[in-house]
Design a protein around this ligand. Structure first.
Ligand SMILES: [Zn+2]
Length: 292
């Protein structure tokens, strides 16, 4: 009685395993095909996403409308941050467990970070020479102090002297090598993190363009390149009038996240009268105004 049903059941089991084996083989083949197609498309999607991340990290201050004020800028930055979209992007895909973007993203950078050693040309936007934390200058870029900027400064100083203010440009062009010494000294004194808030690393200083002017008042050296300068008559006069001579306050208060530097009431950038006046009237930083 037992033999009959046992044999039949064994045969059935064998058939079942053969069928299962065939099915598994087919499924495995199909999955492999699907997997490779999927991997390709996810890679492409991640590349696109990561490319977007890189671009936005490079230019977090991109703003289409130059008339937006500071608060709009802040909210613009927040909404541009694509990071919260990452998990959503991953779960949208049909398969699972095939790709781990967290490990792939750092492995596939879209652009190598620019350094003074790797860039060969200075960076211009609409004819404006840019030196900031995203756009370094080549180490051998050494134009010296810009003569047009010096002439404009002299005219500005003359106008200020009529109001009893004796302006001095105590630091203008600084070479790459000079900045190496200066930056290292600041790091020794304050530590690197603090130094990076007020001093450019070599190759990243606007002073290397020959267009950055640190301005103070003669006889008030104690306020030169100091926070206290902002309360002096000279600083107030500059803040109101410098644009008329082609200079803008380059690192205004409250814009550290955009310019990369804390408020420097003494650091002015020559842009020429027309552009300086436009930037001044816009109330924007140079980065915001140019949309970089
Ligand atoms: Zn400066």
């Amino acid at each position: 009685m037992r033999n009959g049903p046992l044999v039949t059941e064994k045969k059935k089991k064998t058939k079942w395993w053969v069928a299962l084996g065939v099915t598994v083989t087919i499924l495995a083949g199909a999955s492999l095909g699907a997997l490779s197609a999927y991997n390709w498309s996810v890679d492409a999607a991640i590349n696109g996403l990561f490319g977007g991340l890189i671009n936005q990290e490079e230019s977090p201050e991109v703003i289409d409308d130059p008339s937006v004020d500071e608060s709009e800028t802040d909210s613009g930055q927040v909404s541009q941050n694509p990071e919260p979209d990452l998990p959503e992007e991953n779960t949208d895909t049909p398969s699972e467990g095939t790709v781990t973007p967290d490990t792939e993203i750092p492995a596939e950078p879209q652009e190598p970070e620019k350094t003074p050693e790797t860039v060969t040309e200075p960076y211009y936007v609409d004819g404006v020479l840019i030196a900031n934390k995203q756009h370094p200058l080549p180490t051998d870029f050494a134009p010296g102090e810009d003569p047009e900027a010096r002439t404009a400064f002299n005219q500005m100083a003359e106008a200020a002297s009529a109001e009893g203010i004796t302006l001095v440009a105590f630091s203008t062009f600084r070479s790459y090598d000079y900045q190496v010494d200066l930056y290292n000294r600041y790091v020794d004194q304050h530590g690197q993190e603090e130094a990076d808030r007020f001093s450019a690393r070599p190759g990243y200083s606007e002073h290397q363009t020959g267009l950055g002017f640190d301005i103070g008042e003669a006889g008030q050296e104690e306020h030169w390149a100091e926070d206290s300068f902002k309360d002096t008559a000279g600083a107030k006069w500059l803040a109101e009038n410098a644009h008329e001579y082609g200079f803008i306050l380059r690192y205004p208060a409250g814009k550290e996240e955009i310019t990369g530097y804390q408020y420097e009431s003494w650091h002015f950038r020559y842009l020429g009268k027309e552009l300086a006046t436009e930037v001044y009237n816009s109330g924007l930083t140079l980065e915001e105004y140019l949309g970089i």
